[in-house]
Design a protein around this ligand. Structure first.
Ligand code: GDP
Length: 365
């Protein structure tokens, strides 16, 4: 499983420029069987210093990072939910993603036209796209509720009552212009509604695509977005600069270039760490059969479920896990016997929630 994100935004917001910059170095597809072969989809490795350190320490035969899949979704315009542009075709593609990156144009450039009248107004552009997502969800909710209502009315004891009740509240919320994420659902309703893959239930990050002169803070457009949507939901990036950075192969030259712009990390790095925070994801590591591998996991996931990420047999046959923190392993230069003496190689059972940076060996039947 990989984290999959959809890049949305109005035409000429800079989506493709960003997508091309982010995905300039695609990964070896054979390591990631989930890879979709599609020109608008690319998988990139998640930069991970801890993994580099572990790899240097343990000298495995192979080292595999986690990955993020980006899908560039073109064709979103005002009226998309009603089938304008490529309309529903594109909306279908983003239903499958874990998170949305919503790119908003904040750069002035007379040679790049605006699809919306009235020139550069980032908050308006953002609202146009957000409204389309809500409208699309409302259409899904209304269509399904009509059918579901017939089922539950004809059979008051139907197991789908929970789903119908949840869907009704989702519909009311959407009619009031509120996203599905704002609806309070109990666990049963949450499970019953998962398959609908509502767009406005997804975590999303606004990406303010600003001119070079507005780095690193973002300028007026990005600030307006931060005021409207909250500071921590807006990431300032210059897609054009990211495209230039992506051309640089030399790490030192890259660092110096970023430094001149007042940035400490590339947009890709910042985007990935913000997406991890947004989705409350952690990374853990396994070393088995000469393979060091990093895995993504929602924070709080227990041992057996984490083991199931690797292989379903490991979840059903889970016995226990041997766990060490990557930092502790580094301190003893990878010597497990020393770690055990220090009591830092722990044995954990079914209820242990894997922590960020854990190095785990699963024992299973
Ligand atoms: P998309 O339709 O959202 O995929 O937008 P594109 O990435 O194709 O960008 C549309 C146009 O805007 C292209 O000509 C880009 O070169 C240009 N563009 C994208 N980002 C920037 C930027 O940060 N500054 C400037 N000046 N132009 C940009």
């Amino acid at each position: 499983m990989s984290l999959s994100t959809g890049i949305v935004g109005l035409p000429n917001a800079g989506k493709s420029t960003l997508f091309n910059a982010l995905t300039r170095t695609p990964v070896e597809a054979s390591n990631y069987p989930f890879c979709t072969i599609d020109p608008n989809v690319a998988v990139v490795e998640v930069p991970d210093l801890r993994l580099l350190h572990l790899s240097a320490l343990l000298s495995p035969d192979s080292t595999i990072s986690t990955a993020i899949q980006f899908t560039d979704i073109a064709g979103l315009v005002r009226g998309a939910a009603n089938g304008e542009g490529r309309g529903n075709e594109f909306l279908f593609h983003i239903r499958k993603t874990d998170a949305l990156l919503h790119v908003i144009r904040c750069f002035e450039d007379a040679s790049v036209s605006h699809v919306e009248e009235g020139g550069l107004v980032p908050v308006r552009d953002a609202e146009v796209v957000e409204a389309e997502l809500l409208l699309s969800d409302l259409e899904v909710a209304e269509r399904n509720l009509a059918a579901l209502d017939k089922v539950v009315k004809s059979d008051p004891r139907s197991s789908r009552q929970v789903e119908a009740e949840g869907l009704r509240r989702v519909q009311t919320s959407l009619q009031d212009g509120q996203p599905v994420s704002s609806v309070e659902l109990n666990d049963a309703e949450e499970v019953a509604l998962r398959a609908y893959q509502f767009l406005s239930a997804k975590s999303s990050l606004f990406v303010a695509n600003v001119a070079e002169k507005d780095l690193p803070d973002g300028g007026a457009g990005a600030q307006a977005l931060q005021q409207s949507f909250g500071e921590n939901r807006v990431l300032v990036i210059s897609a054009q600069i990211e495209a230039e950075i992506a051309q640089l192969d030399d790490a030192e030259v890259k660092r110096a270039f970023l430094g001149e712009l007042g940035l400490d990390r590339s947009g890709l790095d910042r985007l990935i760490s913000r997406t991890y925070e947004l989705l409350d994801l952690i990374t853990f590591y396994t070393t088995a059969n000469g393979k060091l591998q990093a895995w993504q996991l929602p924070a709080g996931t227990t041992c057996p479920v984490a083991a199931g990420r690797i292989h379903s047999d490991m979840e059903t046959g889970f016995i226990r896990a041997e766990v060490a923190a990557a930092t502790d392993l580094e301190e003893v230069a990878g010597e497990l016997t020393r770690l055990r003496e220090q009591g830092k190689l722990r044995t954990e059972g079914r209820d242990y929630p894997i922590r960020d940076g854990d190095v785990v060996t699963f024992l299973f039947k």
